[in-house]
Design a protein. Structure first.
Length: 109
């Protein structure tokens, strides 16, 4: 091909022309070297990132909703925070529960 001919017979002139015109050399040994460099740099990047452990954020387990678990949690909350029983009927508490019930991945308080 023409590139092999340029490499064998006119390499000096071609390299001078490509440098003067800001053109990447397309001679076979130059393209082969660029591919080799790209492969080695890709492998070095892969070598540095051997796992995703440092890039992932761990989430706590989301407890699946059930009436019994919710009932148990509200009673425990009433007892532990010394709330009156009527606190469960308060509009603010009801609003908070309705908002939290729409959360797709749990609620972080």
């Amino acid at each position: 091909t023409l590139r092999r001919h340029l490499q064998a017979r006119h390499q000096g002139e071609y390299l001078k022309w490509s440098a003067a015109n800001g053109f990447a050399s397309m001679l076979p040994h130059d393209t082969k070297q660029r591919r080799k460099d790209a492969t080695s740099s890709t492998q070095s990047v892969l070598g540095r990132q051997s796992s995703l452990e440092g890039h992932l954020v761990e989430r706590g387990a989301v407890i699946q909703y059930s009436e019994s678990i919710f009932h148990e949690a509200t009673i425990l909350w009433l007892i532990k925070t010394d709330q009156p029983i009527c606190a469960l009927q308060h509009p603010a508490f009801t609003k908070m529960v309705k908002i939290a019930s729409r959360a797709k991945n749990g609620v972080k308080i």
